[in-house]
Design a protein around this ligand. Structure first.
Ligand code: NAD
Ligand code: UDP
Length: 328
């Protein structure tokens, strides 16, 4: 039986990856320090044969007994609000955490897949974004802590690949959504849906003309799974190319939720990318992958998930663990 280590396992994508690898018959070692994640996301797996959980901060040395076939490094704050609140931890998990996991992969002779992001393209001057575009990132802006950690992560991964001959994979994930996102993580989908459920106006930042392209989680997990098992060592975009302005998206959510609220406009955050759309030609070609779930269907499932959460979840303003970790 193949054994896989998944970091960030109590988070949104990490927990869906755990489900997928258990389903495929792997032994899953799940690792997390709960800084932005939640035990509830993996509770259903605890007690399952072939699933074990290790509470650990991956910025510290990682010791694991036994063999390991694959590592998927997904630990990192991922929402702009989260990484503005915990900037040092964001830099550390992208840099020190990635270094530790590459070292572990080398020691175990395991293949490692690194979760990169469309944010490495910054506010892109090439549209849609292809993997050969180098990006347009402000190193010292507030988003720099995330973007540069992820760019360093790609650089050190390729260095281990070239210098140590390590088997590496890099996925550049574009905005992904679905059940188990944190309602208060500040990303646009939980933000708008939380506002609709609380009966608040929807806050569009800027004039709402900036664009994003949203990928449903099941499609994202399928792309990542195929990339891990492929022979391709260079970065691959995984996302849904169906692009929409944030203003139109807010209107779509007002329709979907049936809320009587309206749109209110707030300042655009510094360095908020004005357009984002993945070019997925490479993923189509080498992974025979493309998204299958359209936005209407994915958003309906996601809204039903948020609606089913206990009332108190709706009113939490930030993650309960931030204060505990902030001193580190
Ligand atoms: P998330 O915040 O839900 O999950 C991240 C998980 O990592 C959390 O459970 C958190 O507790 C854990 N973590 C953070 N620092 C850690 C540390 N030092 N040690 C151990 N665990 C730690 O975010 P997500 O959306 O699931 O994102 C997962 C990964 O995918 C991240 O690397 C993110 O950069 C990447 N990504 C996600 C998206 C997206 O749209 N969801 C887009 C681009 C990239
Ligand atoms: N956004 C918004 N209102 C909100 C939250 C986000 O208008 O309450 C905008 C944000 O400025 C950005 C887009 O929605 O242009 C997507 O933001 P998100 O935080 O989800 O992710 P990003 O793609 O910026 O990392």
């Amino acid at each position: 039986m193949k054994k896989v280590l998944i970091t960030g396992a109590a988070g949104f994508l990490g927990s869906h990856l755990c489900d997928r690898f258990i389903k495929e018959g792997y032994h899953v070692v799940a690792m997390d320090n709960f800084i932005t994640g939640d035990k509830k996301n993996i509770e259903h797996l605890v007690g399952t044969k072939n699933f074990e959980f290790v509470a650990h901060d991956v910025t510290n040395f990682i010791e694991l007994r036994g063999s390991l076939d694959y590592i998927l490094h997904f630990a990192s704050p991922a929402s702009p609000i989260d990484y503005l609140k915990i900037p040092i931890q964001t830099l550390k998990v992208g840099a020190l955490g990635t270094h530790n996991l590459l070292g572990l992969a080398k020691a175990k002779n395991a293949r490692i897949l690194i979760a990169s992001t469309s944010e490495i393209y910054g506010d892109p001057l090439v549209h849609p974004q292809t993997e050969d575009y180098y990006g347009n990132v402000n190193t010292i802006g507030p988003r720099g802590v995330y973007d540069e950690a992820k760019r360093f992560q790609e650089a050190i991964t390729m260095a281990y690949n070239r210098f140590h001959g390590l088997e590496t994979r890099i996925v550049r994930i574009f905005n992904t959504y679905g059940p188990r996102m944190r309602l208060n993580d500040g990303r646009v989908i939980p933000a708008f849906m939380g506002q609709a459920l609380r009966g608040e106006d929807l806050t569009v930042f800027g004039d709402g003309s900036q664009t994003r392209s949203f990928c449903y989680v099941d499609d994202q997990i399928e792309g990542i799974y195929r990339l891990l098992l492929s022979d391709y060592e260079y970065p691959v975009n995984i996302g849904n190319p169906h692009e929409i302005t944030i203003k139109d998206f807010a209107e779509e959510i007002i329709k979907l939720t049936g809320t009587n609220q309206k749109i209110v406009y707030k300042d655009l955050p510094v360095n908020d990318p004005l357009q984002r759309q993945p070019d997925i030609s490479l993923a189509k070609k080498i992974l025979n992958w493309e998204p299958k779930v359209d936005r209407a269907e994915g958003m309906k499932i996601t809204y039903n998930y948020f609606k089913s959460l206990p009332q108190e979840e709706l009113h939490k303003s930030e993650h309960k663990n931030f204060k505990e970790h902030i001193k580190e």
